[in-house]
Design a protein around this ligand. Structure first.
Ligand code: SF4
Length: 371
């Protein structure tokens, strides 16, 4: 058995750690790219969500390299993610590919079915071994996310432009050369030290922008045209509310173990959206409120065209803006989105935030001088 899995930003790093630790043979598909999107667009229904299309491209590229089994999350939820696994299965079967999709969420039929699936992939039901591997992979995921957060903090302040990107590129290239959670964690730690040594302008106070929205387009560098990097290059410190480790811990692990979740976002969203309507809509609204309360200069909502939960969230945003007076830019991505138009919209938004900040400083100076 040679397993593969879809790409979503840094997710492959923790999946690699998990599969390495469990001695499972795997193929990582090429990073998300134009070819994968084109393949997916050709074979998926036109109005399917963009992540599903890119996933199809990932699987077909991995199949060409010898993968015969796909690991997927999903299988639950009021939005289309609930039937992603089945759709992948059907599309690939219709194309005549001899590849099977195994869903790794606990199904409604219970743990027995889940353990059966785990045994098929790992060849073991040794709970200790599996739990240890999951724990270590989760640590990898947390540290990989922290590394990206650090990049977002350092990038707008770096003195020598491009230093953070060079270090992060080395980190990505190095991932293929390390094996298992222990080596991966060491590689992350080494990169972290390099980032902390980047010379920065300590006095610079960047604009702070929160990123909310659908998980795939928020996290995946290809799908969002490297949003965090672009903002950093414009001198903006970005913070992303949705992370891979957050999804693993809150959505997968806590669900399975029935541990209470971190619902700060739900409380913040309550006056605007009281129910979870699928996807990350409630997180989008709740985190937007939290960003506004924490003094962020603006928020960017990003989602794939036809994503129902985010369309609902977008319709609520004017009420949040009215109450908190915070500028919000919504970016909708599909296979036709062009990078230059996207860049122009981002630059215009950042210009607006800069002007607001200058105006607010001038008003404070004016009030202070007693005029
Ligand atoms: S959250 Fe949106 S993009 Fe993701 S599966 Fe659901 S509908 Fe599709």
């Amino acid at each position: 058995m040679k397993v593969t899995f879809p790409h979503m930003g840094n997710t492959y790093i923790c999946v690699k750690a998990l599969l390495d630790d469990l001695n499972v043979d795997y193929i990582i598909p090429p990073y998300n790219n134009k070819k994968a999107l084109e393949i997916g667009t050709r074979h998926a229904p036109e109005l399917a969500c963009l992540p599903l299309k890119i996933n199809i491209g990932n699987f077909m590229e991995a199949y060409e390299k010898g993968a015969d089994t796909i690991l997927m999350a999903g299988g639950r939820g009021p939005c289309r993610f609930g039937y992603y696994g089945e759709m992948h299965n059907e599309i690939l079967r219709d194309l005549g590919l001899d590849i099977e999709v195994i869903n790794l969420e606990v199904p409604n039929s219970g743990y027995r079915e889940f353990l059966k699936r785990v045994r098929r992939i790992t060849g073991t039901v040794n709970i200790y071994k599996i739990s240890k591997a999951i724990l270590n992979a989760t640590r990898v995921s947390v540290e990989a996310d922290n590394l990206e957060k650090l990049c977002c903090r350092v990038r707008p302040r770096e003195i020598k432009k491009g230093e953070v990107d060079r270090i992060f590129k080395d980190f990505m290239n190095g991932i293929g050369r390390v094996k298992g959670s222990k080596q991966i964690l060491k590689h992350i730690g080494d990169t972290r030290r390099k980032l902390l040594n980047v010379r920065i302008d300590e006095k610079y106070e960047p604009l702070r922008v929160g990123i909310v929205g659908e998980i795939f387009t928020s996290i995946d560098w290809y799908a969002n045209f490297n949003l965090e990097k672009k903002l950093g290059e414009m001198g903006v410190e970005a913070d992303r509310a949705i992370t891979t480790s957050g999804f693993i811990i809150e959505h997968m692990i806590k669900n399975v173990l029935h541990i209470p979740k971190d619902l700060r976002y739900a409380k913040a969203a309550e006056p605007f959206l009281r129910t979870a309507i699928g996807g990350h809509a409630q997180e989008t609204i709740g985190n937007m409120v939290l960003y506004a309360e924490n003094g962020y200069d603006g928020v960017i909502q990003i989602y794939p065209l036809t994503c129902m939960p985010e369309i609902v969230a977008e319709s609520i945003i004017p009420a949040v803006q009215k109450k908190y007076n915070i500028p919000v830019l919504t970016l909708i991505i599909d296979e036709m989105t062009g990078e230059s138009g996207y860049q122009t919209r981002l630059e215009a938004f950042v210009d607006l935030l800069n002007r607001r900040k200058e105006l607010s400083k001038a008003e404070k100076r004016w009030a202070f001088s007693g005029n």
